[in-house]
Design a protein around this ligand. Structure first.
Ligand code: AMP
Length: 283
């Protein structure tokens, strides 16, 4: 695996790979890598070509400065994991490499309705920051395929919209990989390592609640079911940002289910100061 800290060096190297006729698969991450990230690298590996991973804790997408400061950084083990997963190139830029002083005006992305709800409404500016960094990374890496985790359901939709805005829909294929979970069902996340032992035990209630929704959803009003889900997490000790039952294609809320509509449950909730998100396609 080749490690790049400078965009110019990575760009030159990628150009030489393209001249060899190889296509490029890209997995952007914020590091503190776990099996979920590895599954994306392995999916890219299985599609052949060159696999590029980036690790960059993007300051512009954190609406809570404390969350940014405490974001885990585990570069040594991350490199070991990427080597074991068969990654070809790691891009590990400094903040000044991505956001140089002379960076021009901050772009404004028109994400429409998507930015007004769920993560968009509870984390103001978050998706603008995500788009800002992902646009830069996509322009540097120029991938043929972009691998994303369903764990960040709304983010997948936002990045898909970004690719449209960039007019790159024909060039970049987005591959969405399933959420990897711990043995008890907790979605793997870099933030899990900040949970105390007792919080870690409680955290599985998110998965239990989503599974309950999947088993109990029935045609008709969903308000009682939603109430039950909220009570389940509250009584376990969570502070809930949202639990939403939404159309799986556009995230608009589903209040009455007709038994057909493709529906997803999405949740964000705090245990102490650690915010966890998860989702499950219900139908
Ligand atoms: P992050 O480092 O959290 O920004 O995540 C980088 C990529 O890994 C994103 O596309 C995430 O959706 C994906 N990812 C994070 N956790 C998981 C997981 N448990 N299973 C599958 N993909 C994941």
């Amino acid at each position: 695996m080749v490690l790049f800290r400078k965009r110019n060096d990575l760009e030159k190297w990628l150009e030489s790979q393209r001249l060899r006729g190889l296509h490029i698969g890209f997995v952007p991450t914020m590091g503190a890598l776990h099996e979920g990230h590895s599954s994306l690298i392995r999916a890219a590996r299985a599609d052949r070509g060159i696999v590029v991973c980036s690790i960059f804790v993007n300051p512009t997408q954190f609406n809570d400065p404390k969350d940014f400061e405490k974001y885990p950084i585990t570069t040594g083990p991350d490199i070991q994991r990427l080597l074991a997963d068969g990654c070809d190139a790691l891009f590990l830029p400094a903040v000044s490499e991505i956001y140089p002083e002379q960076d021009g005006p901050i772009p404004r992305y028109d994400l429409g309705f998507l930015e007004t709800l769920l993560e968009g409404s509870f984390r103001p500016g978050h998706f603008q920051g995500v788009c800002r960094v992902v646009e830069k990374l996509l322009r540097i890496v120029g991938p043929d395929r972009l691998y994303l985790g369903q764990k960040d359901y709304q983010q997948c939709m936002v990045i898909s919209r970004l690719v449209e805005i960039m007019d790159k829909k024909e060039d970049i294929r987005i591959v969405i990989c399933p959420t990897l979970r711990e043995a008890d069902g907790l979605a793997m996340s870099s933030r899990n390592m900040r949970l105390s032992t007792s919080q870690r035990k409680t955290a599985v209630e998110i998965y239990n609640m989503l599974s309950m929704l999947k088993h109990e959803i029935k045609p008709g009003s969903l308000s009682a079911l939603l109430l039950k889900a909220n009570l389940q997490l509250e009584s376990a000790g969570f502070r809930i940002d949202y639990i939403s039952l939404a159309d799986a294609n556009n995230l608009s809320p589903v209040d009455n289910w007709d038994g057909q509509q493709h529906t997803v449950a999405l949740v964000a909730a705090f245990l102490g100061e650690i915010r966890l998100i998860d989702n499950m396609v219900l139908t």
